[in-house]
Design a protein around this ligand. Structure first.
Ligand SMILES: C[S@@+](CC[C@H](N)C(=O)[O-])C[C@H]1O[C@@H](n2cnc3c(N)ncnc32)[C@H](O)[C@@H]1O
Length: 283
């Protein structure tokens, strides 16, 4: 028992394991995530509805979204942005790993008589002939990726952006990292049954990785006949670091904003956003 508890409470090496897809593909957990997406009042899997509306209004205005333009939403989830953007007449594609969320997105678009192309694809490896005027990645998903996957994502984005196209996304800030506190929590049915529909015991450890500006929320879930571990990594950025990463990946223009409603950058805020552009279509 002591050894097992010691192992649970030992800090893993940074990016020791990546389990992000499990959150979106496990049948029970993806159902919890979808419920969180669709709660209009919380900023959990998706932002609350009021903010989603503001983001969509800003995107339409800033990028002149209209019929004739082509937009892709990477990690579109249940289609909160794809359906709203499709109302402009633009050609909209949503990509996601979660068949459950895509099912919801498809039904939503159909119910509203909108044509949205939904693809069950991994945005790290996605390739097709489509070229987009705008690619969006909402809810700070960039920060959940380890460095190699961030590079793979940026490569995919560049490969699918039309000349002069833009990539718009938000990230967790260095200021948010300052508030991350290391801690260890144990509870039967940790997070009220979020992790399984069967009885379980859950351990939640939060770690800080100072040099890397990374935090980890690690969940170890023990059921009668199985043990699973989930790693939720978050890379926190300064505008300079993010700009450096984008430039290294071949983006030639980077504009830093406060968030996805176009507000000005605020160094104290827990998040910020960026618009990355490139004049080249190489890749
Ligand atoms: C935090 S949710 C945000 C969903 C949506 N952008 C929103 O704000 O409503 C992240 C979404 O990205 C999807 N996702 C995560 N990794 C992905 C990957 N490698 N390729 C495609 N989709 C991915 C998940 O399935 C999930 O729907």
């Amino acid at each position: 028992m002591f050894e097992e508890l010691s192992a649970i409470n030992t800090r893993p090496a940074v990016y020791a394991e990546v389990t992000t897809p499990d959150l979106w593909t496990d049948p029970h957990i993806s159902a919890q995530m979808l419920a969180a997406h669709l709660d209009p009042y919380v900023d959990l899997s998706s932002y609350r509805t009021e903010y989603v509306e503001q983001v969509v209004a800003w995107i339409i205005d800033r990028f002149g979204i209209r019929a004739g333009l082509s937009v892709a939403d990477f990690g579109c989830g249940p289609g909160l942005y794809t359906t709203r953007l499709a109302c402009t007449g633009a050609s909209v594609t949503g990509l996601d790993l979660s068949s459950r969320s895509l099912g919801h997105a498809t039904s939503l678009a159909r119910a509203e008589g909108l044509s949205v192309r939904h693809l069950h694809q991994d945005y790290l490896t996605y390739r097709d002939d489509a070229r987009y005027d705008l690619i969006i990645l909402v809810m700070r998903d960039y920060c959940a990726l380890p460095p190699d996957d961030r590079q793979a994502l940026l490569h995919t984005v560049r490969a699918h952006l039309d000349a002069g196209g833009s990539f718009v996304f938000d990230v967790d800030s260095a200021s948010a990292f300052a508030h991350v506190q290391e801690r260890a929590v144990y509870a039967p049915s940790l997070m009220d049954g979020f992790w399984s529909d069967r009885p379980y015991f859950g351990f939640h450890n939060t770690y800080r990785y100072e040099r890397e500006y990374v935090s980890l929320d690690k969940y170890e879930i023990f059921e009668a006949d199985r043990k699973r571990t989930f790693f939720n990594w978050v890379r926190h950025f300064t505008p300079e670091e993010l700009t450096g990463e984008l430039t290294e990946a071949g983006f030639t223009g980077v504009e830093v904003l406060g968030d996805l409603t176009g507000s000005p950058y605020d160094g104290e805020a827990p998040q910020f956003a960026a618009i990355a552009t490139t004049v080249s279509t190489a890749c």
